[in-house]
Design a protein around this ligand. Sequence first.
Ligand SMILES: [Fe+2]
Ligand SMILES: [Fe+2]
Length: 256
Amino acid sequence: MSLYVIGDLHLHFAAPLKAQNQLKDRVWKNHEKKFEKYCRALIREDDTLLLAGDHSWGRTLQEAMPDLQYISELPGRKILLRGNHDMFWDAAKTDHLNERFSAAWQTAGLASPLYFLQNNYYPYEDYALVGTKGFTFEGPFYLNRSGRIIGWDEEKEAHARKLIERELGRLCISFEKAREDGYRKFIMFLHYPPTDILETESGFTRMAEEFGAEQVIYAHSHGESRFHDSILGEMNGVRYQLVSGDFLKWHPYQVL
Ligand SMILES: [Fe+2]
Ligand SMILES: [Fe+2]
């Protein structure tokens, strides 16, 4: 039994493609075919595959359905985390998604159940898989002539802080529920990186340390220039790993 993760499939079987770079960059060419092939070679039915957000360009559940069907046909137990582009997924209605696509997956027309991670957790052996979308401040930043950041949009930064607080609350609920059920070992998943480019630590890294998460796994950063936006490797006893699909070139990353 193994645990795999990858993020940012950005599927668009029934939705208009919004990202121009997805068309231009070679790594995105037939990415859903490459990814499916790698999954079939690697993942067994008793394995778990966590998808770390930005599943679909669909703006509604109807538009996202072919993408969710594609995911449901992949091998293993599939757990989905919410990304910033997942418009089909209203965080407040996660229970509804779980009822429809995990409890009643056959009638929903899926090949296997899908599990949605939000204000809950999922067990994996003696670990609890916890997580939330997260959030980071992404500017605008103001640069001097040599490209150094000398300021930023303070109004947008204040708004970002509010969203970060809300996401920290959701993450805390996920950890607390697992802890109440007796779990002491955690793998923490975020869609956004745990820190923005101005930070070396954040509320997310502090919460990971407070609960003793062994690993923090995040996605969202696309393209060579963004792969080093946040922490990679070990910090204060926690291992940080970026798993956006184009970073992994569509090979699922083995967590455990
Ligand atoms: Fe993405
Ligand atoms: Fe994203």
